[in-house]
Design a protein around this ligand. Structure first.
Ligand code: FAD
Length: 466
């Protein structure tokens, strides 16, 4: 099954094809380099060509042509994923969906949109149309696409109230094109959504998305400082448990993260302060003020609606989720991170235990998350990287302590997830991508069903470095 790149390129030459080597290289990369482990393995990876379809009909043409010529296809939204999700491991075609960005229909409580639409543009369209906004978005709101968020993301700003993308009701419908001799167009709802959501584009290309909306607010963004870490974590948890106060974000940053890595916040905090970042609905501010007055240890140092700071810190959510890692990396390139699940009801105790075990080598960064109606934490801990062996040990000790790790130092779906085969995704891949051409190397269960997860998976057809 040798790919015939030249034949595929020639057949697609009437479409928007990128010819410049530098642009092909740039569009073959995502934020994999957040991980020193992935940087070491994937830095050289590059596609043979990049094509940008303008419509679902052109997506079908690209898939049909690449199928005929055995060319791998890796789909790209905006390339902000950080598990190497959009890296074309076997070369071939990168299909960039940036032209497919139309907002097609907005109704009360829902929107239908093409996958390449940026989250910020989608939010702006919904707000302008009818005062609505996305329930949740990744902190890469300004740069990421809705298609990439659904195929590669998990949740983010809004997840403290609405849960994760995979929770029932947070995606309504996905329209998907298969990679076959004659590509099919399918509409998935309900149970079928799990086949392709968070599947990294390994088993179908999403060409239309229907997601629910919530009323839009001018969220009041705040930073609250604390002397003590567990006091801050408990504050964030208790706030999220207030039934009458609507929030969109509650992040906790262990000292000295705010002082050392948040440059515009630094003049207002000392190195011993733990910070909580918040977004609270304006109509909830009376309730919030009372909540704070009852907790004298909480010091509100910044409010977006009445700031006295010389320079605005910008959007508070751009300090949260994986933006925390980005800010830390800019100051200290040796920082990397972990994605940890601190499940209810052990979440607070588990965080305390792991902090005692690892701080300051691992600094706690928590995001409040709702799961099955219960408030808990997602951890995007900052790790001072020394060696791969030590990183592995830190991960193992977290798991032994009872915390689940979604390993961001792996490029496969399984290792970045729950380390098990998702049968629904594998079964659908067998029928939708019989030649295994979609984003190859990302689904271990397709390549090697007997894989034991005892060591890092190395895709055998990974492009060789020069
Ligand atoms: P890409 O990186 O282009 O693609 C992601 C994956 O989806 C790839 O496997 C790609 O092949 C596939 N894909 C893209 N479009 C389609 C399609 N139409 N059909 C099928 N497959 C497709 N993630 C979160 O979940 N929450 C966060 O808060 C968050 N914060 C982040 C902060 C920073 C600073 C960074 C660098 C990353 C963060 N991420 C977060 C990860 C990432 O930004 C998000 O998942 C983002 O929404 C991905 O969108 P994208 O358009 O860049 O997708």
């Amino acid at each position: 099954m040798t790919p015939n790149i030249a034949a595929a390129k020639a057949a697609l030459s009437h479409l928007d094809i990128e010819e410049k080597d530098s642009a092909i290289k740039a569009k073959s990369r995502d934020f994999f380099w957040y991980s020193p482990v992935l940087k070491d393995r994937l830095d050289h990876v590059v596609a043979d060509f990049v094509v940008s379809p303008r419509s679902e009909a052109e997506v079908i043409e690209v898939l049909k042509t690449c199928y005929a010529h055995n060319v791998p296809v890796t789909t790209r939204g905006a390339g902000t994923g950080n598990y190497g999700q959009a890296m074309p491991l076997a070369g071939g075609c990168v299909m960039h969906l940036h032209h497919m960005n139309a907002v097609k229909e907005i109704q009360p409580g829902r929107v239908i949109v093409e996958p390449g639409c940026l989250l910020k543009d989608l939010d702006a369209a919904c707000r302008a149309d009818s005062g609505q906004e996305l329930r949740m978005f990744s902190s890469t709101w300004a740069t990421a696409s809705i298609g990439g968020f659904i195929a590669g993301g998990s949740g983010g700003v809004g997840s403290c109230t609405w849960g994760s993308l995979r929770d029932l009701g947070n995606i309504i419908r996905l329209r998907v094109v298969t990679m076959e001799e004659e590509p099919r167009v399918l509409n998935f709802r309900g149970e079928e959504l799990a086949r392709v959501s968070h599947a990294y584009g390994t088993n179908g290309i999403i060409t239309e998305i229907e997601v629910p909306l919530a009323p839009a607010y001018d969220w009041v963004e705040m930073f609250v400082a604390f002397d003590d870490f567990m006091g801050a974590a408990t504050f964030a948890e208790e706030l999220a448990n207030q039934d009458g106060i609507l929030i969109k974000l509650a992040s906790v940053y262990e000292a000295p993260v705010a002082h050392d890595y948040f440059q515009r916040v630094r003049p207002y905090v000392t190195a011993d302060k733990t910070l909580v970042g918040l977004m609270v609905a304006p109509h909830s501010m009376d309730g919030f003020d009372t909540f704070v007055q009852r907790r004298p240890q909480a010091d509100v140092i910044y409010r977006s609606d009445s700031s006295t700071w010389e320079r605005t810190p910008g959007a508070v959510f751009e300090y949260g989720w994986n933006h925390t890692t980005l800010r830390a990396l800019k100051v200290d390139p040796s920082i990397t991170y972990l994605q940890v699940r601190y499940g209810f009801p052990e979440h607070l105790g588990l965080v305390e235990k792991l902090r005692e075990m690892f701080s300051p080598e691992v600094l706690q960064h928590l995001e409040v998350l709702k799961e099955n109606g219960k408030v808990m934490f997602a951890g995007l801990s900052l790790v001072k990287f020394t060696t791969e062996e030590r990183l592995e040990e830190i991960i193992r000790l977290h798991e032994e302590a009872g915390a689940m790790i979604f390993n961001p130092h792996r490029y496969t779906l399984e290792e970045g997830g729950r380390q098990t085969v998702d049968d629904r995704q594998l079964r659908f891949k067998k029928e939708s991508d019989p030649k295994g051409l979609l984003n190859p190397g990302k689904m271990i269960s397709w390549d090697d069903p007997d894989w034991g997860y005892d060591r890092m998976y190395a895709y055998p057809k990974l492009q060789a470095a020069d």
